[in-house]
Design a binder for this molecule. Structure first.
Ligand code: NDP
Length: 237
């Protein structure tokens, strides 16, 4: 399929997991794809080589670097902000600097990237941020900072959809449930607990999430904006 032939796509955080599946999907649908990485240089270079995409080092905890990367990659037809981290632990014990870094990567970077992308984005542009079903539901202790960050993306989509809607640019959040990646492996120690909440008792596949993103970025989704798109096997239902 060449749905995205001639389109320019930037994926923030594309070296591994869901981000790598997003990169592969857009490349196979004909887009020119650039993606960022921070720690996984080898995986990023390998993915770029395999797919013909472009890997660039940009740490999402560095606001000005993110803004510069988005600006220099534009005009973008599609921006996907996938980079995200999670920290676990007693809220009373967590290092506040670690919590602030999570907020920088998971909240500040998506906001500033989305705004910067919109400066040059043509009509019909798409901004998609990767949230989490934990933005809606947090059934376990120790992950409040992550839940805060993913709920914040809901406000980002609702607000920026209003700002950019008049230009035909859509802004949406995709909210995965448990998805098989390095961060949340399908055979990890938490799998039975997570599956107990779900109607479909398995981890999602990164490719399934990428499929939803491709639809949102495509021509059929021009009227879909300011919305949350949950793909979670009914984890949050
Ligand atoms: P992984 O840990 O497998 O991959 C994370 C990706 O984000 C990597 O490509 C990583 O790049 C990149 N990244 C992390 N920190 C930075 C940074 N500071 N700067 C640039 N890139 C960065 O995560 P997943 O694929 O599991 O998750 C992807 C997204 O999906 C996240 O936003 C996550 O919160 C969300 N999500 C995941 C779920 C799951 O169950 N897997 C469930 C719900 C939401 P590098 O290694 O090069 O630093």
């Amino acid at each position: 399929m060449a749905v995205f032939k001639g389109k320019t796509v930037l994926v923030l955080g594309g070296s591994r997991g869901i981000g790598a599946a997003i990169v592969k999907r857009f490349v196979s649908d004909g887009a020119a794809v650039t993606f960022t990485y921070a720690g996984s240089r080898e995986a990023a270079e390998q993915l770029a080589l395999e797919t013909g995409s472009t890997a660039v080092l940009t740490d999402s905890s560095d606001r000005d670097a993110v803004i510069a990367r988005v600006r220099d990659s534009g005009p973008l037809d599609v921006l996907v902000v996938n980079a995200g981290i999670v920290i676990f632990g007693d809220a009373l014990e967590l290092d506040p600097d670690a919590v602030d870094r999570l907020f920088q990567i998971n909240i500040h970077a998506p906001y500033h990237a989305a705004v910067e992308a919109a400066r040059q984005m043509p009509e019909g542009g798409r901004i998609i941020v990767i949230g989490s079903v934990n933005g809606d539901r947090m059934p376990v202790p120790g992950m409040a900072s992550y839940a805060v960050s993913k709920s914040a993306l809901q406000g980002l989509a609702r607000g920026l959809a209003r700002d950019f809607g008049p230009r035909g640019i859509t802004v949406n959040v995709v909210q995965p449930g448990p998805t098989d990646t390095d961060t949340n492996p399908a055979d990890g120690p938490m799998k039975d607990m997570m599956h107990s909440f779900m109607a479909i008792k398995r981890h999602g596949r990164p490719e399934e999430v990428a499929g939803m993103i491709a639809w949102l970025a495509g021509p059929e989704a021009g009227f879909v904006t300011g919305a949350l798109h949950t793909i979670d096997g009914a984890f949050g239902a």
